[in-house]
Design a protein. Structure first.
Length: 127
C-alpha cells in the first residue's frame, strides 16, 4: 500500500479543463427553479408555517400570504448569494487542495513503508 501511494499520480479535477464543454447557466437556473417549485416539501412548509403569522381579522388573507412569501424570499437572498459565493470560492481552490492531497498521499506512503520496515525488522514479542 505504501508503494502504491508513493507511485500514485495526481488526478486533476479541473472543471475548466474541457473547453468544449460549455455551461448553460440559464438551463442550470431553470432546473434549480423547477426543482424548488415542484418540491412538495416546500409547499407543505409554506402552507403550514406562513398562515400562523396572518391575523384572523385580515381582509385579504391570500394577499397577506403572498406578501409574507415575498418577504421570506427577499430575506433568504443574501444567504443564498453567500452559499453561491462560497461554492465558487471552493471551486477555484479545488486544484490547490488536489495538489496538497497528492503530497499527503506520498507522505502516507512513506509512513506506511517505514511502519512496515520497522515491523519486519522488530523482534517477535511472544518469545
Amino acid at each position: 500500500m505504501g508503494v502504491r501511494l508513493l507511485r500514485s499520480k495526481a488526478t486533476p479535477l479541473d472543471l475548466r479543463a474541457d473547453p468544449v464543454c460549455q455551461v448553460d447557466l440559464w438551463r442550470i437556473y431553470r432546473r434549480g427553479f423547477l426543482t424548488n417549485v415542484l418540491n412538495p416539501k416546500v409547499a407543505l412548509f409554506f402552507l403550514a408555517f406562513v398562515p400562523q403569522f396572518i391575523a384572523t381579522g385580515t381582509d385579504n388573507k391570500a394577499l397577506a400570504f403572498l406578501l409574507l412569501g415575498v418577504i421570506f424570499n427577499l430575506n433568504s437572498l443574501p444567504i443564498n448569494f453567500g452559499y453561491a459565493w462560497l461554492a465558487a470560492w471552493a471551486a477555484r481552490r479545488v486544484h490547490t487542495v488536489q495538489r496538497a492531497m497528492h503530497w499527503l498521499d506520498h507522505a502516507a506512503g512513506v509512513l506506511f513503508l517505514g511502519f512496515g520496515l520497522r515491523l519486519a525488522l522488530s523482534d517477535n514479542p511472544t518469545r
